[in-house]
Design a protein around this ligand. Structure first.
Ligand code: UD1
Ligand code: CA
Length: 460
């Protein structure tokens, strides 16, 4: 059975009060509609069809990196009308899965259940039980439990309003049925809209049984209409991720103070303290400990590494047993070997630092290649930029860099060199040398500091 996915996303999202189309607002760092498209991709190999509203250029541009077919709905005349705009792109012998771009928490599992429920008759709806069903369409069933129709809140009688089984809006319909029913929809109802949900009554009228699948977790059907709901959906999503990590054996000091905006892979016995934000693709090896208040993006962090508090780490590989922070910034294209220490107020950019080397205090290392067991003293700066070009600094194995050194690149410092504190290194240094460019100290005896000899000086 081939499945074609239709995503409805023409709604304006007025209540977001935003210049950005609603479905491009992000949950866990990814536009809502991409969550929908990703779940859909788990059950469908076909290119999905997305319905956008008038002036959908921003939405089309926002999804330019994905393969999507578009259908424009100029006026929002209802969900049935929205699907009507896609009919010419829907194969009659596919099962069509209709999703909403603003319902991002639905799992692939729920979609599979729905498709299974549709397997017999070619039509099924996804329902949920809600303690407060107000606003939703209600599922009206016969005594024998079979589905009769869906009635919108605004069209419902008082007894129908008591029904707590609601329509999530998501359905699976065989293409041939959609091609028959959609053109026949009317708009004689409280909102004057073409309701997709009227397909249920049509099916029943012609003797087609309507299947249903009911969500185990109604929160999956949560739609986003305003920023409050966006925040709620974000927390639900993060809660799910945190649960999965705990389940898998990760220690989260507070599961409600973790944000994963991308994918996080963890080895055994990983400990993550509070307020850590992971972005992009991050892998933490066995026994990694991440202290509080860290932002870590696209990083490979090997076993036994400790990240102390308040670091910003992006596009970096960190070798086993290294120690980073507190207050370190590791910028893209940085590779650290085994047992490297990067300490307080240190910035590293596009550099490779080999095993056992240490940059412990107040330093800037950019465009550098640092060997093994190198000690970079406090206040060391690679002067890598001449105003137009970036240049490279090379420190070979076992170099000792005294505090407050400037390394004016391009420059190479040979194996085992010692650089005296306060040196400005402007030329290459051969292995084993001591290099120092410090001005000799003068000590002057009998020197008196200038004094203000005002008569009333003491009164202040
Ligand atoms: C719809 C369902 C209702 C269900 C509820 C679940 C109908 C008639 N009603 O109601 O039974 O309980 O969803 O949230 O289907 N859209 C378009 N074009 C339109 C109208 C809507 O693309 O002309 C899109 C919206 O962007 C949204 C989705 O369809 O993604 C649902 O629209 P919305 O207005 O929220 O539907 P409801 O009236 O809430
Ligand atoms: Ca809605």
């Amino acid at each position: 059975m081939s499945v074609t996915v239709v995503v409805l996303a023409a709604g304006q999202g007025k209540r977001m009060h935003s210049d950005l189309p609603k479905v491009l607002h992000q949950v866990a760092g990814k536009p809502m509609i991409e969550h929908v498209l990703d779940s859909a991709a788990a059950v469908s190999d076909r290119v999905p069809v997305v319905v956008h509203g008038h002036g959908g250029e921003q939405l089309v541009a926002g999804l330019a990196h994905r393969e999507v077919k578009w259908a424009e709905q100029r006026e929002q005349l209802g969900t049935g009308h929205a699907v009507a705009q896609t009919l010419d792109q829907l194969p009659a012998d596919d099962t069509v899965l209709i999703l909403y771009g603003d319902v991002p928490l639905l799992t692939a599992r729920a979609l599979r259940d729905l498709l299974e429920a549709a397997a017999d008759s070619g039509f099924a709806v996804l329902t949920a039980r809600m303690p407060d069903p107000s606003g939703y369409g209600r599922i009206v069933r016969a005594r024998d439990g079979s589905l009769l129709r869906i009635v919108e809140h605004k069209d419902a009688s008082t007894s129908e309003l008591d029904i707590d089984e609601i329509n999530t809006g998501i359905m699976a319909v065989h293409g041939s049925l959609l091609h028959k029913w959609i053109p026949a929809l009317g708009n004689d109802n409280a909102q004057g809209e073409y309701y997709l949900t009227d397909c249920v009554a049509m099916a029943v009228a012609e003797g087609t049984a309507v299947g249903s699948a009911t969500l185990a977790d109604a929160a999956e059907a949560m739609g986003v209409n305003n920023r409050r709901q966006l925040a709620e959906v974000e927390r639900l999503y993060q809660g799910r991720l945190a649960d999965a990590l705990l389940e898998q054996g990760v220690t989260l000091i507070d599961p409600s103070r973790l944000d994963v905006r991308g994918t996080l892979e963890c080895g055994r016995d990983v400990v993550i303290d509070v307020n850590v934000v992971f972005e992009g693709r991050v892998c933490l090896g066995d026994g990694v400990r991440v202290g509080p208040n860290n932002v870590i993006r696209d990083a490979q962090i090997d076993a036994g590494v400790e990240i102390l508090p308040n670091c910003v780490i992006e596009s970096v590989t960190i070798g086993p047993s290294s120690r980073i922070g507190p207050f370190a910034r590791l910028r893209p294209e940085t590779t650290l070997g085994r047992d490297v220490h990067i300490g307080n107020f240190v910035e590293i950019k596009k550099s490779a630092i080999a095993a056992g080397s240490k940059v412990n205090h107040l330093a800037y290392v950019g465009d550098a290649e640092i060997g093994e067991r190198v000690n970079v003293g406090a206040g060391t700066i690679t002067c890598n930029y001449d105003g137009a070009f970036k240049h490279k600094t090379v420190l070979e194995d076992d170099v000792f860099v005294g505090s407050d050194t400037q390394l004016v690149a391009p420059v190479r410092v040979g194996r085992g060199v010692t650089i005296g504190a306060g040196t400005t290194v402007t030329e290459d240094v051969e292995a084993g040398r001591l290099v120092i460019s410090r001005v000799r100290q003068k000590t002057i005896s009998g020197w008196e500091r200038p004094r203000k000899d005002k008569p009333d000086a003491g009164k202040q």
